[in-house]
Design a protein around this ligand. Sequence first.
Ligand SMILES: [Zn+2]
Length: 416
Amino acid sequence: MYWTKPSCVCLDTPYYNTGLASLCDVHGKMILSDRYVGHFNKSVSQQDFVDFLKGVGVMSRVIINECSAYDNPLMKAQQWSSQGRWTINSINVDWTIENIDKYLATDETNKKLAVAELIWPVLTLACKEVSLAQYRSNGRERLLQVPSMLVQHLKAAAWIPGKDGVFRKPQDMTRDMLPDGFTYDDRNGLLTAIGFGENAQKQSAEHQARETKARELGFKSAEQAKHAMELLQAEKEGLLQITQKVEFPDTPVRDPARRSSKIAEEVSTARDKTYETRERSVRTSKGSVDAAPYLSNLYTNEDGQMVCQGCHREMPFKKRDGKPYFEAVEAFGRKHVHKEHPAQHLALCPLCAAKFKEYVKRDATAQESLKEDILTTPEKQFEFDLVLDIPARFRFTERHLLDIRSVLSTQVQTGV
Ligand SMILES: [Zn+2]
C-alpha cells in the first residue's frame, strides 16, 4: 500500500466509473485503493466521498488546459513574430489535453473506448474558445488564429467509435453512426471544428450537384438519369449480342463453271422484261419469276433464321404463314439487267429494302458502281460497301454472288 498526494491518484470503479484505471500508462496516476468500500454510512455516502476526492484534486476526468501557442505547428507555419514588445494587449493562447497524443495513440479496443468516453463529454461541453489558438505580440500586430492543438489532434485521429465498433476519424462519422452514450451536441461548434460528418456532407453536396445537373438535362432526378444511361448501355449490348449471335448463311458452290453456264443458259432463254403502254407503264413480266423461294433458300441459316443482306440481322418478323417477312428487291434496273431472273434480287429487311431503293436503285452512279463491284470482286469477297443514309456493307452468299455475276456478265456479253 502506498500513500501519496491526491494529484497523483486517479478515480475509477468501484467508486465512480471513469475508465481512467485502464489508462494509467498514459496519465501515470495511481489507482485509488478499494479499501474505502464498505466504510460509507448515513453521514458519509459514497457520493460524498467522490465529491471530496474530486475536490482535493484526484483525477476524475481529462481537462482541456490552456497552453502557449508557440508549439502549435499551424501557428509556426504562419508569418508570425514573437519579437514585438509584450504589452497588456498581447495574446498567446492555445488549448490541449495533457498527453492527448498518447491517449489518441492507444490501440487496444477497451482503452480506445475509455479514451473516447473521456474526451467526448469534455469536448461537447467545453466553451467554444478552445477551438482556436491565437497569437499577437501587442495591439498593433495582426491577431493570428489557427485551429487549437486540441482540434488538430482530435481531427487527425480515428478515435470516435461507431455503432459497429469501428473507430473513425471525425470526418468519416455521421450523427447516426454514434453509439449510445455519445450524444451529438454541437452547440459550442467544436464537433464542426474537428470536422465531424464532413465527408458525408461533402457527399450530400455532390449528390445535390448531380441532382441539379440531371434536372438541367431534363430528367426528374439523378436516379432517373442513371437509369436512362443503364438502359442505353443495355440496348447497345443487346444489339451487339444480336449481331454476334446470328450466323450468316453459307452456300458454297461445288462446280462454279457448271453453275455459271447453267445460269447463263437460263438467262439466254429467259423471257424479256416486257411492257405495255397503258395509262402508266406496268411491268407485266414481273410475275414470271418468283425470287422469294430462291432468296429464302440462300439466306436462311442452319438455325432457320433468315438474315438480311444489308444489316446482317434476322428478318424482323414472321408472316401469318410463319415464314419470315422480307423484301426481294431487284438489285438493278432495266438499264443494267433487262432479263427477269431471281438472282438479280436481294434479300432485305423492310428497312434495308427502303434504304437500298432510295440510295442505290434510284441513283445511276450508285447502280453503276455496284455493278462494277460485283463484276470485279476478288475471289471469296462477298461484301460491298454501299453508302445509304449511313455507310453499310451488303453481303452475299457465295452462290448468290456467283449467280448475280453471271446474270450481269451475260447481259454485258450479249451487249445490251
Ligand atoms: Zn436489313
